[in-house]
Design a protein around this ligand. Structure first.
Ligand code: 6PG
Length: 221
């Protein structure tokens, strides 16, 4: 397991922002574009804010979302609302290159629509993920049937984290990303991190060859 440890959440955010900048440059040098899958939740917000002034070639960046909550467009609790407020409204990414999940259509229809989009999308250059206290990642929760759904985008029902209905990228496409970063910050993530280190399996441990970025609070230091 490849981990990087930092004193606090700000340092994690800085380090991951640097990783994104580097991956962006390499991808554009290599194939002329950078395809990035954003994480939801609150952990990545500061990292997104730090990206705003950084000199990325934004016109060549394509943004996807690892998951979305089935809420109306613009709802303050949607993952894309956070990403727009922290990053996407402040950088010159062509709006046609931001692929939001139409989760407002409901889990089934939203997943079907995103599936169609992802079928035409290239393999992502980078995936950012967070983890929940129960070891979920994106909207793939322990014991949820979405974990076994092999589609590119999957409907999620009965999510223990509100709202109960979501759309998530499936494990297959998450694992296809060239570089995978998982951010873990805060004392509330210490128990699940200890369990992961102890070898317990969770949805997040099904993400293979990820690099983990942790702060001291999550590591219990
Ligand atoms: C969501 C996220 C979810 C999140 C974790 C961690 O829709 O809630 O996609 O997977 O990454 O729950 O959330 P925090 O970063 O807020 O702890």
């Amino acid at each position: 397991m490849h981990t990087h440890s930092f004193s606090n959440a700000d340092e994690v955010a800085q380090a991951v922002a640097q990783q994104v900048q580097e991956a962006c440059k390499n991808a554009i040098d290599e194939h002329g574009s950078f395809h990035l899958i954003l994480a939801g939740g609150s952990t990545p917000k500061h990292c997104y804010e730090l990206l705003v002034p950084m000199p990325l070639y934004w016109q060549k960046v394509h943004i996807y979302f690892g998951d979305e909550r089935c809420l109306p467009s613009g709802d303050t609790e949607r993952n894309d609302t956070m990403a727009y407020a922290a990053l996407l409204n402040h950088v010159p990414i062509p709006s046609s290159q931001v692929y939001v999940i139409p989760a407002q259509m409901g889990a089934e229809d939203g997943a079907a629509r995103y599936c169609t989009l992802l079928e035409k999308a290239p393999i992502a250059d980078m995936l950012l993920l967070g983890i929940g206290e129960d070891g979920h990642t994106a909207s793939l929760f322990p014991g949820n049937q979405a974990l076994d759904d092999t589609c590119l985008a999957v409907p999620v029902f009965n999510s223990p984290k509100p709202p109960s209905e979501r759309v998530s990228m499936g494990l297959s496409i998450l694992n296809q990303a060239r570089k995978k970063i998982i951010m873990v910050t805060g004392a509330n993530k210490q128990p699940v991190w200890q369990a992961i280190k102890g070898g317990e399996s969770f949805p997040v441990t099904k993400i293979k060859d990820a690099t983990w970025f942790l702060d001291a609070a999550a590591e219990g230091k």
